[in-house]
Design a protein around this ligand. Sequence first.
Ligand SMILES: Nc1ncnc2c1ncn2[C@@H]1O[C@H](COP(=O)(O)OP(=O)(O)OP(=O)(O)O)[C@@H](O)[C@H]1O
Length: 649
Amino acid sequence: MRPNTSPVALRQARQHLLDSGQCPSGLVDERLARSWSRSMAAGLLPTGRPQAIDHPSSGTLRQVLASNPELLAHSRPVMEYLFEQVRHSQSVVVLADRRGMLMHTLGDPHFVDKAERVALTSGASWHEAHRGTNAIGTALAEACAVEVHGGEHFLERNNFLTCAASPILSATGELLGILDISGDYRNGHAHALGLVSTAARMIENRLLAATCKRNIRLHLHSAPEGIGSVAEGIVAVSADGWIVGANRVALAQLGLHAGDVGATLLERVLDVRMDDLLSHHKRRPQQPQALRTLQGALLFAQVQMDTAWVATPTRPAAAAATVPQQDALALLDTGDTRWRAAADKARRVVGKPIAVLVQGESGVGKEVFARALHASGPRRDAPFVAINCAAIPEHLIESELFGHVAGAFTGARKEGHLGRLREAHGGTLFLDEIGDMPLALQTRLLRVLQERSVTPVGASKAVPVDFALVCATHNQLMQAAEQGRFRQDLYYRINGLTVQLPALRERSDFVALLQRLLAHLATEQGLGFEVQVAPDLLARLATYPWPGNLRQLANVLRTACAMLAEGEDTLGWEHMPDDLVQALTAAPTPTPAQTETTTLPIALNLQQLSQAAIDQALQAARGNMSQAARQLGISRQTLYRKLGGRTTH
Ligand SMILES: Nc1ncnc2c1ncn2[C@@H]1O[C@H](COP(=O)(O)OP(=O)(O)OP(=O)(O)O)[C@@H](O)[C@H]1O
């Protein structure tokens, strides 16, 4: 496995293996020792036969071939080229799937016993568990290129072979299969490992170009002449700048790992903006651009893209039109600093191709926020399409989102269905409770976001779509992604910018918010006067934890306003629902200041009341902030905020 394992050491190691059934330490390369150990753990004996497994039926083989069409199609021409290089060394060139099953072989294995020839035909398994250490099985197990010579094979019956194999990876780093050269160990090709590794790179590059044909591709090399060679890096980028595919060279050039694909913006690793990259390409399509990686290395880049795709108008006129700006978010701002910070952040990306993820507890106003964001941006005259991923039955989500052609499945609408994603074309798609989307649909959604096109259920052609994406979740998506319940690449994709909306109990603008809600309700219910709240009730409402957040508060106030009798303009305890009254009165006894019923303007009144309540709680808790906050029913942070510049002990 390693050229410097001496024949003597190998012989000793094999003897040890035969005598003791143990893998000797220190005599052979570590990778070989690991592989021998795995072979023994699989129940194989060096002098024994391969693990008895049936040669698969032709149906099973057909299935395996049918599930790897792209891999086979792009491997065949490269295998032919490779075979030409090794023709005189009596070798076969083999392609195996990701489980080690041979899918395609080239060359006549006359160096193999007649009885053994079947082992080198399509359908045979060269998984380590079946045939012990061998280049295909070990390359799969170690996920890297390996060479296995003669006596390094675990089974003695394979000691006449020399094999070199390299994994073939997808554009996103997934292991697709193994390319291998096997021959008689006395005639083995001196450069088999280099050849097979280069050929595997060629297949990977062809696959990348095919699977990412809808994306912008950057061919990278440290010298302009290197572009187009097998040593070039290739990175596929979506229209909004996300890296959606890369070959191994590109990963190394950009300092990335396979796991970063789908989760990294190009401009985070290359010092260039997408607009500049594309405008240079438009002006001088044949001339490579000199770029710097963020580590400072110089790379030349040549852009390639499918012109038919790029020429597709992706943004309808309505969205592109310059309409006077209006700041709908500002209309929701009632002074809370955390809410305002979230709005400021979101405002900066509105109109740009950056997905926004709104996080916050249920009822904090995530959808209201997303609508305001849409209304503040250049797409405001186009649709805002809201989908609650948790509310649609799982079996309907697919057609609901992606649409279907007429009669695509039993129960499908006769006339077909456009699908919510296409309804959002030009506008904003709001995916609420995105964390509840089934995993299979996450994969389809990711594809839509990468390719910017939708294939309706039952349709054969993709339709371009263009929308701004805003997602919302009340749970920790990052955690869900770490636990495998949510696709990490989708998580990074929808999380161009995260904004966290504070829970109502954490907000410092309760009174202003309440006044705005009351003003809104007064208009909604045609009251014709300003609604007040009795100060003792207000003091209680302000310190209540509001588990249902703004939704709960808005509902309570809506019902209360509707209950105001003729001539009444002040909400009191009698207008509150019984369960809320119970919860409010179960809280700590109000301070004397809180029980005052003056008719001072609400804001001033509350300020005085809450300062008095805070002072009293702090006194009772002897300055212990956590205890005081608990008593007041607010968070420690809120208490600190409410104290503002005041010093505490
Ligand atoms: N800024 C606001 N002004 C007035 N009412 C609001 C505001 N934000 C939210 N509400 C009220 O709260 C209700 C819930 O808001 P929204 O649906 O946006 O919350 P959400 O965080 O998306 O909830 P969920 O997580 O349950 O989907 C709204 O229907 C509205 O009555």
